[in-house]
Design a protein around this ligand. Sequence first.
Ligand SMILES: Nc1ncnc2c1ncn2[C@@H]1O[C@H](COP(=O)(O)OP(=O)(O)OP(=O)(O)O)[C@@H](O)[C@H]1O
Length: 298
Amino acid sequence: MKNCLFVFNPISGSTDYDRDEIKEMLEVKVPGYTAYLVETTGENDEELVLSEFQKYQPELVLIGGGDGTVKMVAKSLKDQNVPLVIVPMGSANGLAKCMGIEMISDAWEAVRDFQVRAIDAIYINGELCLHLADFGMNANLIKKFEEDDSRGMFGYVKNSLSEIFTSESKKFRLKLDDENLDITSKMIVIANGDQYGTGAIVNCKGVMDDGKFEVIALNPETAEDYVKMTMAFMNGDLDELEGVKTWSVSSCQIDNLEGAEFQIDGEMMNHPETVTATIEKHAFKFLTGKSFKACQTS
Ligand SMILES: Nc1ncnc2c1ncn2[C@@H]1O[C@H](COP(=O)(O)OP(=O)(O)OP(=O)(O)O)[C@@H](O)[C@H]1O
């Protein structure tokens, strides 16, 4: 029998699983492995995961949680060269969706298929970004959502609407691979993955294993622009919209000239004056689901 480690965050998402339920689930869904469970505590979890990894030397690590838990495990096991697989138990699971894992059952299928992909990472001012970082509209939305008492869908819709009507265009200076330019924008996305947890596809041409990331600038102004943008998020054809600019790069610097809000993978970063982003090609190994979009050349 091979060993696997299941790291799970008991507060992720809205469904409560206890240890016995998870053990039973793993016996049925991950046959051929002896499973060891590690429950996160919110304190020193990176050290805990690494020490459990060293103790059991697993051939596979499953991550039961949301994006925050996935990042914590990825950072902790960066040098271990072990395949990771996301079991989407968080509330939004944006990163899992980018890996072709929409539901928990897709994770079991990924283990059966065992398609190991080398996934790129972006380092932004030294912080790991596996999914999406952005300035402006979406970062403002996350901030309002965190500060607001109303949770769940109601809070999200309320905040999205107010964000649409109040967001301002801000000035940025972009220093890309071979181009420098000043732009005015309501939202600038630094994208490794292709979609947000809501399913909004922001980076239609983005793949997570091509050694490149995308910088996307959006500046909707009229009500018609917002409607078109919303449709394009759903249809996955944002790049065809007039006024949306996309650059595919391996590094960039963005000067935040008017103090726009900034977030990385759902975490607020307090208006940095400048951000420097660099790709690390094939930094992590993940098992992916059937709908994962792989780079054609890697
Ligand atoms: N036992 C615990 N008690 C309290 N907080 C915890 C515990 N374990 C982990 N955490 C915290 O959980 C957060 C990560 O949650 P995660 O992002 O995985 O789930 P989520 O917010 O439900 O999902 P999503 O990112 O998909 O919205 C971290 O801030 C971490 O410190």
